[in-house]
Design a protein around this ligand. Sequence first.
Ligand SMILES: [Zn+2]
Length: 70
Amino acid sequence: MLKLDLQAFAVPFRRTSKTKKRMRRTHLKKEVSASVKCPKCGANLKPHRACAECGNYKGEEKLKIKKEEE
Ligand SMILES: [Zn+2]
C-alpha cells in the first residue's frame, strides 16, 4: 500500500463559504461574441463577413441569395 505523508500537503484551513465561492466565480462567464449590423438591411452579422440576408459586403453584393418564391 502507498502511504501518503499528510504533512507534505497544503490543506485549506476552512471550507470556502457559498458567498466566497460565488464572489470568486463572478469573473467566470462566457464572452459575448462581437456583432455588427448590416448597413443595407440592418441584420445582425459577425464582423468581416458578408451578410447572410442580402449578401452585401463593403457596398457590393458578394453572395447571391436565393429568395423563396411564394
Ligand atoms: Zn444585409
